[in-house]
Write a protein that binds this ligand. Structure first.
Ligand code: SAM
Length: 247
């Protein structure tokens, strides 16, 4: 059986520590104590580890591990999901599932059709999104947590310099499929695995000015087929296609 994996907040060459909700769960629910074995992720490396000490002060807990042996780590997909801010419950579902599928980073952006009250509230939301990604990484036994960027205006992200092959998913696109766009990126990267970014619009889709913005900045428009998918379905379907092409 695969052992549960814990992602450490602090570490050095020989030890790692977890705190907060994870430590409380380990101590109170799983009744962890010195000597218990677990897999621990420390700085993107995975270790077989053993609990060295458990401490509890009031409501806070801390679990310290001795790192015994390094295990093989599985790298994240070199892919960033650029996601227009929209309904938080659906975005959070997408963050969780994209993490399970191995995304390296998620960049939330404010699009023209992002509702104003959500754009305001999103500025305080990144920490919650990071916690969701952290939880999902442990669940999926990943060796690193995806980076969740602070939300920014779409234009700022689209115009920023990037080494990635950049793809915008647009339901109006008819000639280029996502698979075709990925194959072009694979060909252009030659022997290397390409670094990819793909953008998903909000519930109302991209505004015409945004489509022009992507176009002017070298993003390749691609289709996921003739059906209109919800934004979160499109994000996860696209990531699954990318994973199947890159892995
Ligand atoms: N404006 C659309 C409508 O109501 O007709 C809906 C936009 S869709 C809910 C949200 C986003 O998902 C789009 O901006 C696009 O990024 C992506 N998307 C959905 N279906 C797609 C498809 N068939 N091909 C490419 N992208 C798609």
């Amino acid at each position: 059986m695969t052992r549960r994996r814990w992602i450490a907040e602090h570490w050095d060459e020989a030890t790692a520590t977890i705190e907060g909700a994870q430590a409380v769960h380990l101590v109170r629910v799983l009744r962890a104590g010195p000597g218990m074995k677990a897999d621990v992720v420390a700085g993107g490396r995975v270790f077989q580890a053993e609990i060295a000490s458990v401490s509890q002060t009031g409501e806070t807990s801390e679990v310290r591990f001795n790192l015994v042996a390094e295990l093989d780590a599985d790298p994240a997909l070199p892919v960033t999901l650029v996601m227009a801010v929209y309904r938080f419950d659906r975005m959070e579902w997408a963050i969780e599932k994209a993490t399970e599928l191995g995304v390296a980073a998620i960049a939330p952006v404010f699009a023209r059709r992002t509702e104003k009250h959500l754009a305001q509230a999103a500025k305080k939301r990144a920490e919650r999104w990071r916690r969701i990604a952290h939880e999902a990484s442990q669940q999926a036994r990943r060796s690193e947590v995806p980076v969740i960027h602070e939300p920014v205006e779409l234009a700022e992200h689209v115009r920023a310099a990037s080494v990635a092959a950049r793809i915008v998913l647009a339901e109006q696109e008819r000639s280029t499929t996502l698979r075709r766009a990925i194959e072009e990126a694979i060909d252009a990267a030659r022997e290397e695995t390409p670094v990819l970014e793909f953008a998903i619009g909000p519930e109302g889709g991209w505004a015409p000015a945004e489509e022009a913005l992507f176009d002017d900045n070298g993003w390749r428009a691609a289709s996921l087929g003739p059906r209109i998918l919800r934004a979160e379905t499109a994000a996860i379907a696209a990531l699954a296609v990318i994973a199947s092409c890159l892995e």
